[in-house]
Design a protein around this ligand. Structure first.
Ligand code: ACO
Length: 324
């Protein structure tokens, strides 16, 4: 018998304020047509003034706990993946911990930008597999609107705010590919590409608040290559082919990246969960947001095989294969 991390509930939260491409076109020189053609994005949600990453994270966490049928006090480990924490310290996770009524265990943040949720899931999975914790809450939450240069049309049209969360619980099983839970995770990073996607500020850089800077074309090129590689790696490690996967839930950065990856791997687009047109790129929140949507509307069913994949600043990239 082995321990596997079973996904027993998920939930998400989007801020109330919806901003369309047309509204953005009133602020910067852009158009709905350009944004849709280059990225697939039609709208995004933006946090209200004073609404923090911890607020979004707590709302998503409460919904995930409700779906799992457990209370916050049952959680042993809480990880928030975010590149936009409330404060430099303490961790946003400790604020969420307090607000969900979790009084024991450990809570911390993890920073891998758009790959953050996969990184957090992998860490929680290892804690569960080692027997150190029984129940983990993994959250991806971002307020990227706070680090966007709203005068830079090449970046400000691409991102949005939101949060998603999953509850994992130790499942003692035989360890076959049919047993529910996380079958594998794979993480990668390559620091040489720092300057292609970064924020030009931070506590030790002499300027505490910075803006997101990106060489979009170069990021795009690396994304398709790295995502195809990491999906191939997950399939090979589990002795599977693309046709064995019921659903792919990719990081939602750009519709063309999702289509490019699907084509490269021979995945039909109908089996990719795509939300980027409505949510834009919500960084670490994008996968749990998309996953929650597909679970809630009944597309993803218990027992199905779901592959999660992401790539983000650093560069970082990774995958997680889950038997739901
Ligand atoms: N509206 C109108 N025109 C624009 C806009 C805009 N919002 N932004 C750029 N343009 C112009 C450019 O100035 C350029 O004009 P020029 O030809 O006169 O110089 C032209 O459009 C083409 O610009 P490109 O940057 O070459 O356009 P491209 O087809 O590469 O699309 C995009 C840009 C959408 C950013 C694309 O490169 C992309 O999606 N890259 C990946 C970005 C990404 O996914 N990042 C996140 C991944 S990691 C993470 O999630 C943190």
């Amino acid at each position: 018998m082995i321990l596997r991390s079973q996904l027993i509930g998920c939930g998400s939260y989007l801020p109330a304020r919806l901003v369309t491409n047309a509204e953005l076109a009133e602020k910067v020189e852009t158009s709905d047509e350009w944004i849709v053609e280059r990225s697939g994005i039609r709208q995004r949600f933006i946090a209200a003034e004073g609404e923090k990453t911890s607020d979004l994270a707590t709302a998503a966490a409460n919904r995930a706990l409700e779906a799992a049928g457990i209370s916050g006090s049952a959680v042993d480990l809480l990880i928030v993946a975010t590149a936009t924490p409330d404060h430099t310290f303490p961790a946003t996770a400790t604020r969420v911990q307090h607000r969900i009524g979790m009084k024991h265990g450990a809570a911390f943040d993890i920073q891998a930008v758009c790959s953050g949720f996969i990184y957090a899931l992998s860490i929680a999975d290892n804690f569960i597999k080692s027997g150190q914790v029984q129940t983990a809450l993994v959250i991806g939450a971002e307020t990227f609107s706070r680090i966007l240069d709203w005068k830079d049309r090449t970046t400000c049209v691409l991102f949005g705010d939101g949060a998603g969360a999953v509850v994992l619980r130790a499942n003692r099983c035989k360890g076959t590919s049919q047993d529910r839970g996380i079958l594998s995770t794979h993480l990668h990073s390559d620091g040489q590409h720092h300057d292609l996607l970064y924020v030009d500020g931070g506590p030790s850089s002499g300027q505490t608040v910075g803006f997101l800077r990106m060489e979009g074309r170069e990021v795009f090129r690396h994304a398709v290559i790295n995502l195809a590689a990491v999906v191939g790696e997950a399939l090979a490690a589990n002795d599977l082919s693309a046709s064995d996967i019921d659903w792919v839930v990719p990081h939602q950065a750009n519709r063309r990246i999702i289509e490019g990856t699907a084509k490269k791997l021979g995945f039909p687009l109908e089996r990719m969960v795509v939300t980027v047109e409505r949510h834009a790129n919500t960084s670490a929140a994008s996968i749990p947001l998309a996953l929650t949507e597909a679970v809630t509307d009944g597309r993803i069913k218990p027992g199905q095989l779901v592959l999660l994949e992401a790539m983000g600043g650093g560069f970082t990239w990774g995958s997680a294969l889950v038997r739901m």
